[in-house]
Ligand binder design. Sequence first.
Ligand code: SF4
Length: 346
Amino acid sequence: MTASSAASTALLDVASLAVTFPAGDGAVRAVDGVSFTVAAGETVCLVGESGCGKSLTALSLLRLVPPPGSIAPGSRIQFEEQDLLTLDDRALRAVRGRRLAMIFQEPMTALNPVLTIGDQVAEVVRVHTTLSRREAWERAVDMLTQVGIADAATRAKQYPHQLSGGMRQRVMIAIALVMSPRLVVADEPTTALDVTIQAQILDLLRTMQQRLGMALLLITHDLGVVAEMADRVLVMYAGRIVEEASVTDLFASPSHPYTEGLLAAVPRLGDERERLQTIPGMVPAPGSLAGGCAFRDRCPHAWDLCAQQEPPLHQVSAAHRARCHLVQEPERRRPATERAVPDARA
Ligand code: SF4
């Protein structure tokens, strides 16, 4: 499929998305020129370290960027052929929760502490349908059952603080899925949970996705989650997408040194290294970049060109792109034994 035909059949088509924050007399770009698509039924993972702009990208899709941040002019977010950035508030509310829903990282802060969980699920149904209070409640109980809440009719009358963390996240999923949306955006949905519950929640998301045929945009810093869930992966760094590939290509042949660094930091069974490799240095703060490749201070392969020119997204293969000069000059790649220590490590 060509890039343009992929875009034309996409459920979600994001183009040149930028999010700016005021700084001094100007503005800094925390998300800068992000473009991607999500097809119906597809799972796309957006991956990167904290502070790389992935959560802001997710919030932009629902127009929930916290002030003083704002989506910059020239950005485009097309969802089911509607431009979300030009909708008025009423039209946007009709999309949010019904066709496009979000699952947040921390259910305790996203749930209303003074409403029962049944009321919170039923409320979504009431906003988007003409069902009676009683019918909406029944739909809520049914959805709570579907997301694995045992004895949902009784649990529905409880408040968030009466539930475990894993159960609260199941409630968040019930709220997101009760209207069978076409796309769910899940921002680190398992980060606050212990490992066993994380696996259960990911399993639940996958099952529900198949049952409802929805697409999933999953934001995560965890490549283990990516390996489990993704069809396609977008790697973000310093507000930009630096690599885009199928999950198979990304794990088999990562092309951006940042992706390689993330993969080297993943523990593997039978791995006898005493310490996992971590990427030296930190994600640069928005506005602190002075041209060139944003990863150069942390990159073991950087050379003069990397400081002079920002690389475009180069095509590695048909569905694989990387924002790195090495794609065109692979002979510059240094073997592990000859890698220079970037200044940022000093
Ligand atoms: Fe490293 Fe240069 Fe590629 Fe940036 S463009 S990731 S500095 S090799």
